[in-house]
Design a protein around this ligand. Structure first.
Ligand SMILES: C[S@@+](CC[C@H](N)C(=O)[O-])C[C@H]1O[C@@H](n2cnc3c(N)ncnc32)[C@H](O)[C@@H]1O
Length: 275
């Protein structure tokens, strides 16, 4: 069971407490002089105690989430997301675009969330710009497999995908079948922590997770990207952009492009060779 704990913190306390270092899954928005912070947790008792008693913060609201996903989004409604090249929907549909069918599930990745949509836009853009010399692709935190399928449709090459979630694994394989596509390899692991991936290098890595796990993965992204390789990240808020850009710059990953919708941002980094 997942819960959302909403707190409202003054700007001064928000800066002092550095909440984003204390919780793995949270979003925050500036609301006049204060911050509205949403903390997603599956351990309500522990986090409630920590927030109210130890941090001394007033909890505004606790909400039980109907779905398991931390980035809970409108999964059960029928949807159709259209990009330049793709039409992604949770029902079979006639379209002149490339169609990807992602039925509703408990794994994340329908295409309706801005963080996913932005990565697809970025993928379309970089594939249009030119061909990668060597082609090897990795999708970290694949969820339903949506980004892997988009890359496959754009490249027709083998895609490697990872996810920590058991449900993602079954969902990924089911969606491969439903879309009559092949040439994927799924690894259930944390980040790239899998023996088979140990020595692999990629020309393109995409990852739509959240700020904290993305920062933790910086070293691995650097290690597993070819020199000149591209990293696309998403699942971060505009207010978190500088944080991740600073973090990645220490790992030779330089920001080359940034796009955003509402408060969500997706960033393209390039790995430069060390001088
Ligand atoms: C926001 S969803 C993104 C799903 C899909 N890639 C998309 O863009 O819509 C994040 C996914 O990453 C997985 N995940 C979170 N942390 C992870 C980690 N450290 N390693 C691998 N997968 C992770 C979650 O289980 C979830 O399926």
């Amino acid at each position: 069971m997942f819960f959302k704990i909403l707190i409202n913190v003054s700007d001064k306390r928000f800066r002092k407490l550095k909440l984003k270092n204390l919780f793995d899954n949270l979003t925050f928005y500036k609301n006049k002089r204060n911050w509205d912070v949403e903390i997603f947790t599956n351990d309500l008792v522990k986090d409630h105690f920590f927030i109210s008693r130890l941090l001394g913060l007033k909890i505004v609201k606790v909400e039980k989430l109907k779905k398991k996903s931390l980035l809970y989004y409108t999964k059960n409604q029928s949807f159709s997301t259209t990009t330049k090249k793709f039409e992604i929907s949770n029902f079979k549909k006639e379209t002149s675009k490339i169609n990807i069918f992602i039925p509703s599930s408990t794994a994340f990745g329908s295409g309706s969330h801005p963080s996913t949509f932005l990565v697809i836009r970025n993928l379309e853009k970089i594939f249009m710009k030119g061909k990668f010399k060597k082609l090897s692709f990795l999708d970290v935190g694949t969820g339903t497999g949506i980004l892997s399928f988009v890359i496959y449709k754009l490249s027709n090459k083998k895609i490697h995908a990872t996810d920590v979630d058991l449900e993602s694994q079954s969902c990924f394989y089911r969606n491969i079948k439903l879309n009559s596509i092949s040439n994927f390899r799924f690894y259930r692991c944390n980040g790239l922590n899998n023996n088979y991936l140990k020595k692999k290098k990629f020309t393109l890595i995409v990852s739509n997770i959240l700020l904290l796990p993305l920062k933790k993965l910086a070293k691995d992204f650097k290690k597993h990207l070819e020199s000149g390789g591209i990293l696309i990240v998403s699942g971060i808020l505009y207010s978190q952009k500088n944080d991740i850009v600073n973090c990645y710059s220490k790992f030779n990953l330089k920001l080359v492009e940034s796009i955003h919708i509402k408060s969500w941002v997706s960033l393209i980094f390039k790995k430069y060779a060390i001088n």
